[in-house]
Design a protein around this ligand. Sequence first.
Ligand code: PLP
Length: 460
Amino acid sequence: MKYVSTRGAAPVLPFGDVLLAGLASDGGLYLPDSWPSPPPAPALGATYVDTAVDVMWPYVEGSIDPRAFRTLVGDAYATFSHPDVCPVTPLDDGLSLLELYWGPTIAFKDVALQLVGRLFDHELTRREERATIVVATSGDTGSAAIEACRGRASLDIVVLHPAGRVSEVQRRQMTTVHEPNVRNVAIEGTFDDCQRLVKDLFAAEAFRSDVRLSAMNSINWARVMAQIVYYVTSARSVASGGPVAFSVPTGNFGNVFAGWVARRTGTPISQLVVGSNSNDILTRWLASGRMETTGVHPTISPSMDIQVSSNVERLLFELYDRNAGLVVDRMTELAAEGRVDTGDTRLATVTEVFDGARFDDDQIRAEIRRTLDLTGVLIDPHTAVGVAAARAARRDRDVPMICLATAHPAKFPDAVEEATGIRPPLPEHLADLLDRPEEYDRLPDDLSAVEAYVRAFVTG
Ligand SMILES: *Cc1c(COP(=O)(O)O)cnc(C)c1O
């Protein structure tokens, strides 16, 4: 399989290069040059890992040995504390919950990052290279990336979080990992400051090549690839071949785009509901054909607090029949003007399968309470956006609707307690999190200070 950039001016690359590159050199996002045929029907008793290997193999073929790939996939999902890896449980009214939170950091980013960390290590070791991962986080991404990289011989990781601005559970999930290849830094600034620092580090060319800087962020194709799998397994488990709908709490559009790929490659998905919090650029786009940024609004579902959903670029590329020139025009206009119209007749091919719905914090708390009352199941605020969106935007009540549960309720205990009066306990492997010793450094919001810190860590 070869990969092409959505902006058409970067080299066509095999999987291994796309994995390490993340963003394409022309600023675009990589996609397979053609879509593979549907995965084979599962053997009787097929496990999550069996299906994962079948679904992902066409995307990595030619870049990795089949037995090595199977081992990496098996190891990645052996870190999950549920035997089904991503189990499906029923809710009320034909809805069900796809629980994506049984990985080490109890949020769905583990599903992709547990595999991607291993793929990075495998590819770098094969090349006899090392890389440094630098991540800015407002919460979930940092701990998932640390768990993906910890103890891996070819990787160092530095995570920047805004001092005093992440929840205690989130901070401790990062700062209680004591490994020689992991560093945490509290930056005296906001999440936006952290993101700008990382962007500036990537722009500093000498630094970038000296420490072999790399990214595992949500635009990395390998993350989308790993997320296709649970659409296939869950559709098979609830619908046995018939149509199925999904509702997805959405931020950068990586998760729901994986659902679109599952549909494109043969899973019978009749509807994809995009759930948004008050950061509703996607809901407005789906309704009007106009994409317009309005600044970031902090909410009780912080992992969805985004300005622009970067993975939408992949959908636009498909919408424009892979005409990269049109993608460049639209993305340039969006960056320059803060808005762009994509609303020509082609938007109909998007709204044929996608619907959007948005919910503010009060509505999210009400959904957490409603779901508890109706089903006895506690859900986190991100999951609640998806469940509320499923109830609001469902097209056909005869089609089973799967709601993606993207975080364990104990990851956001304050919001869940405020909505229900119940404080969800952490799962067993994290039960002593609040007693573990923390370790992190503190730096000013200053590029040269961060550069010097990373250099000293990597060479020292
Ligand atoms: C990252 C995240 C999301 C958003 O996923 P995208 O792929 O960015 O759309 C939703 N919920 C939780 C808990 C997350 O961590």
